[in-house]
Design a binder for this molecule. Structure first.
Ligand code: GLN
Length: 189
């Protein structure tokens, strides 16, 4: 089982580091031929508009769409969560996206005052201990469809993690902490 990390833009190296630390085989994905080698794919944080354009340029958008949720488990963190969403609010016009999860996300939803912040998150699937939540110009998940399971919310009810079968979206950055429980969870998906 090899874990692909989409390595077009963003903080893919940090994801790779966590996977190496927990002993999972990692493959950087930059071209369709790399995608053939993996059965899981992490889409990192970064700039969703840039990653979206590069997905088109490198002919990765359609091959990911075809396998995602079936022979390919996909986890999007932050920009990755935006790219997975069926509907993007406050996106750039014509922003290419994978549109795989029945979620509505709003980009940069925390505004200037809260550009970046850290908090502790309740995430029952990971056990009792709170998960550190690092948010950087994060989107929020405004709503989810009936097949989507909400995994974690802020105290005010803002959805920050959701799962739809073998698709996972988190609006924060577990790869920037030393808590590797979500990476392990993804390996089980
Ligand atoms: N604001 C970025 C976007 O819209 C996401 C930020 C991140 O991935 N840390 O793509």
């Amino acid at each position: 089982m090899t874990i692909g990390v989409l390595a077009l833009q963003g903080d893919f190296r940090e994801h790779e580091e966590v996977l190496k630390r927990i002993g999972a085989p990692v493959q950087q994905v930059r071209l369709p031929k790399h995608l053939d080698l993996v059965d899981r794919l992490i889409i990192p944080g970064g700039e969703s508009t840039t990653i979206g354009r590069l997905l088109v340029l490198y002919n990765l958008l359609e091959p990911i769409r075809q396998r995602a949720g079936r022979s390919l488990a996909v986890w999007g963190t932050c920009a990755g969560a935006i790219l997975l969403s069926r509907r993007i609010l406050d996106g750039k016009p014509e922003q290419p996206a994978l549109e795989l999860m029945d979620t509505v996300v709003r980009r940069n939803a925390f505004g200037r005052q809260l550009d970046s912040f850290e908090t502790k998150l309740d995430m029952p699937v990971l056990g009792e201990a709170p998960m550190p939540g690092v948010f950087i110009r994060a989107p929020i998940i405004e709503s989810v469809g009936k097949d989507v399971h909400v995994m974690s919310e802020l105290n005010d009810g803002t959805i920050v993690a959701a799962q739809q079968g073998r698709l996972l979206a988190t609006t924060f950055h577990p790869e920037l902490t030393d808590d590797d429980r979500l990476h392990r969870y993804f390996l089980e998906l």
